[in-house]
Design a protein around this ligand. Structure first.
Ligand SMILES: C[S@@+](CC[C@H](N)C(=O)[O-])C[C@H]1O[C@@H](n2cnc3c(N)ncnc32)[C@H](O)[C@@H]1O
Length: 458
């Protein structure tokens, strides 16, 4: 592939004789990856599927390489949220944050959600994950991926880092900044990215990352953890960015990152200070492992934080849940508990200890249960995708070896047993796919219009 001249010169200067191996990767095919969604399945279960040819990613326990011809994006398990298609080296990042159930975590630059969906898995859907994206369209796809993967503890926001920093000073145990960058590691995946590249663009990205990091710092609590990552090779956005950050905030300490499967140390020699601490950061190079390339730094804040306590949202009165409870009794296997919240007619079950978010642009708040209609409750797609099949009193089973799933995902009505009545969870090989409502021998289709398949799928 054709690369910008100035990029070739720069990488040749930085890498010396190693650059020969680096540039050779541009003539090779890129690796394709998917990550098992451990909220719904296991890697072992996916590995048994004859449709896919999966090989483990050495630096991510739930990650697999697949063959391009496997086309996992076209399999109904994708719509059921059993995996997330993700560039393999990107899978290394969220694992380093080591988010735990019950923590308060912020993913500041989150769309389309590869890393947020991975963070939610390690939190086991408990605690609070604020998953933020600055651009509205990208925030919408982030929200859809959060829904598809069955994540129930996320507040998906569409804010600038600056606004969030005003709202959440000193509030988070862990923050991921997966920064917008010059994307040098994306050239094989997206050849257009190479055309946008210029030394000026690298400088602009570095200036933006600097500002984003300032905001992240102010939102971190004392002893909180910050992970910073990019998918670019330029030292200005990687080691030099962290070097500058450490000088500006001396209470930040670089933490070691365990490096396996071809992951390498950061390169302090590419900074003015040559601070040996920077060796603890990690670099994923396309000529040392199967993946496009990433830089990751993990830091801890030891200084005090100016913290604003935000009161949690209190639950609505039980009396306003009458129609929901009636629906729940008829449809679900157990009663849901927690903080319920109405946004207009839309009912949500909020993440644990969810802070008041009334002043923020929020796209999704925890689990979207459904809509209060006149004297009845209609469930949302998110509720189906967040629950395993055993959580429903009635299921409508489809098989991936058949063709009915294709009709269902296109929004068509399906024939149903005459005895089947009311809301039922449609499943694919035992995994929930969406809602249907049975009456008079047919299943009315409630697969969301915006997600339906169109045209040829095979
Ligand atoms: C590398 S991507 C994030 C990828 C995402 N973490 C994932 O794993 O799917 C960087 C994100 O930063 C967003 N972004 C762009 N400008 C920004 C800014 N000024 N502040 C915060 N985020 C910004 C981009 O829209 C993009 O979604």
């Amino acid at each position: 592939m054709s690369l910008p001249e100035a990029f070739i010169e720069k990488m040749t200067r930085l890498l010396g004789p190693e650059s020969e191996y680096f540039f050779k990767t541009y003539d090779q095919k890129r690796a394709f990856g998917l990550r098992a969604n451990l909220l719904k399945t296991s890697g072992e279960q996916l590995k048994k599927l004859p449709e896919f040819h999966l090989k483990p990613v050495p630096f991510c326990p739930s990650g697999f390489y697949y063959q391009e011809a496997d086309e996992p994006g076209k399999h109904p398990f994708h719509q059921a949220g059993l995996y997330y298609i993700q560039e393999p080296s990107a899978m290394f990042v969220a694992e380093r944050l080591d988010a735990k159930p019950g923590e308060r975590v912020l993913d500041l630059c989150a769309a389309p959600g590869g890393k947020s969906t991975q963070i939610a898995v390690s939190m086991q859907n408990r605690g609070l994950l604020v998953s933020n994206e600055i651009y509205p369209k990208r925030a919408k796809s982030l929200s859809e991926n959060i829904e598809r993967m069955g994540i129930t503890n996320a507040l998906v926001t569409n804010e600038t880092p600056e606004r969030l920093a005003e709202y959440f000073p000193g509030n988070f145990d862990k923050i991921l900044v997966d920064a917008p960058c010059s994307g040098e590691g994306m050239f094989r995946k997206d050849p257009d990215a190479a055309q946008y590249w210029s030394p000026d663009h690298v400088r602009e990205c570095a200036a933006l990352q600097n500002q984003i990091l300032d905001h992240a710092y102010s939102m971190l609590r004392e002893e909180g953890i910050l992970v910073y990552s990019t998918c670019t090779f330029s030292p200005e956005e990687d080691e030099q960015m962290i070097d500058h950050f450490l000088k500006k905030y001396p209470d930040m300490e670089v933490l070691p990152i365990e490096k396996t499967g071809g992951v390498e140390d950061g390169r302090p020699q590419w900074t003015d200070s040559a601070n040996s601490e920077l060796r603890k950061t990690a670099r994923l190079w396309p000529h040392h492992l199967d993946g496009e390339g990433h830089f990751v730094a993990k830091l801890q804040k030891h200084g005090p934080s100016l913290t604003k306590r935000i009161k949690p949202v209190s639950s609505v009165k039980e009396s306003s849940l009458k129609d929901y409870r009636q629906f729940e009794k008829q449809t679900l296997a157990e009663k849901l508990a927690g903080s319920f919240y109405f946004a207009g007619n839309q009912l949500f079950l909020l993440p644990d200890g969810c802070p008041d978010f009334s002043q923020l642009k929020v796209i999704r708040a925890g689990l979207h249960l459904g809509e209060q209609k006149k004297n009845r409750f209609e469930p949302n797609h998110a509720l189906a995708l967040a629950m395993p099949a055993v959580s429903f009193q009635s299921t409508f089973p489809l098989e991936s070896s058949g063709t009915d799933w294709d009709h269902y995902l296109r929004g068509e009505t399906l024939p149903a047993p005459a005895s089947l009545k009311g809301w039922t969870a449609v499943t694919i090989d035992g995994f929930t796919l969406g809602w249907g409502k049975a009456a008079g021998g047919t299943l009315k289709n409630f697969y969301p219009k915006g997600l339906r398949l169109r045209g040829l799928n095979h």
